[in-house]
Ligand binder design. Structure first.
Ligand code: SF4
Ligand code: SF4
Length: 172
């Protein structure tokens, strides 16, 4: 999905950034099924990520991770239930423009990382096939959000997490 362009007024289209909300279990299940399908279809295309973590280093790669609010709410909820995280470390990483879920090369929320993390590939695979796959999966993601009458917010993942940090009821 192409990131939205800033409007002529200079306001980013993802502003204002909404508050995080606990995910509906049906939505979480639908997203987990979509992510699993994404992984299967990538494997069918013979695409392999060696999990070096380089593309997660946003400042170095000049890369912005976009995600939908529904995905990020599932990520945050999963992280809250499964990770022991120092909130000050999360703050430090966010302030440095780094993903708060990365630990060395490792993704600490690997099972629930957003679509944007799954379909970014540095070199392997047929670019046209990967683009078609990404477009299809993003359409399906939007359908899940629309069918469940959720907010269709799509924007920079770090800006979303940063805006709600430190969350009073929904900590990582
Ligand atoms: S997509 Fe490429 S850069 Fe990113 S983790 Fe996988 S192998 Fe590394
Ligand atoms: S969520 Fe995981 S895969 Fe995505 S940028 Fe962060 S560490 Fe990398």
């Amino acid at each position: 999905m192409t990131p939205p362009l800033p409007s002529s007024s200079g306001t980013a289209p993802w502003e204002p950034i909404p508050a995080a909300s606990p995910p509906d279990p049906r939505v979480a299940a639908a997203l987990e099924a979509l992510w699993a399908e994404c992984d299967r279809r990538l494997a069918d295309l013979g695409v392999q990520c060696r999990a070096c973590g380089q593309c997660c280093d946003f400042p170095r790669r000049g890369h912005v991770l976009f995600a939908m609010k529904a995905e990020l709410d599932v990520c945050l909820d999963w992280a809250r239930r499964h990770l022991a995280t120092d909130p000050r470390d999360v703050r430090r990483r966010l302030d440095a423009g780094l993903c708060p879920f990365q630990d060395g090369p490792r993704c600490r929320i690997h099972p629930v990382r957003p679509l944007g993390c799954r379909i970014f590939f540095c070199k392997t695979g047929d670019a046209a096939q990967l683009e078609r796959l990404a477009a299809d999966l993003h359409d399906r993601l939007r359908s899940i959000v629309r069918d469940n009458e959720l907010l269709q917010w799509y924007g920079p993942a770090l800006a979303y997490i940063k805006a709600i940090w430190p969350p009073p009821t929904h900590p990582i």
